[in-house]
Ligand binder design. Sequence first.
Ligand code: FMN
Length: 159
Amino acid sequence: MAKKVLVAVFSASGVTKKVGKEIARIAGADFHEIIPGEIYTSADLDWTDKKSRSSVEMNDPSARPEIANSVADMGSYDTVIVGFPIWWGVAPRIIETFLESYDFSGKKIIPFCTSGGSGVGKSDTALHKNVTGDVKWAKGRQINRPNEAEIRRWLNEVL
Ligand SMILES: Cc1cc2nc3c(=O)[nH]c(=O)nc-3n(C[C@H](O)[C@H](O)[C@H](O)COP(=O)(O)O)c2cc1C
């Protein structure tokens, strides 16, 4: 039977969402947007302000921003592609909330990121601690643009 794939993204300003939707289309996967309980305003996203919400969250490894929605049937997926923008070199804390909210046992998790220039760095492996059980992690990668040929090549490698 064909693998059932979910693409789940958090996207504060739309870049990761656009790439994630294209990945879902090409992979024939379901698409899910992780919606924060409290939407991030542009003031929240101001990385030049040490007191902005994003700065405060990223400085606190235990921060777990609430999520407003959920994946209806996580149990039915074999593979979950998780997309996020790089914030201060890693995934936003809300991705940690997401990963800690489900049982991923028996699944493969494939991280991808978008960024202003940073590569995936350790943003993928840093998330391994947030998931327990028997999970297969793919190496993460940065995909900043919804380029079909590039996405197809990548999906052939990781799926
Ligand atoms: C709080 C914050 C921190 C960021 N930190 C980084 C960073 O460390 N390196 C980088 O290349 N881009 C950084 N960026 C830029 C985002 O990763 C980039 O714009 C991303 O594509 C936004 O995706 P989105 O539109 O899906 O939210 C940061 C953006 C924000 C809001």
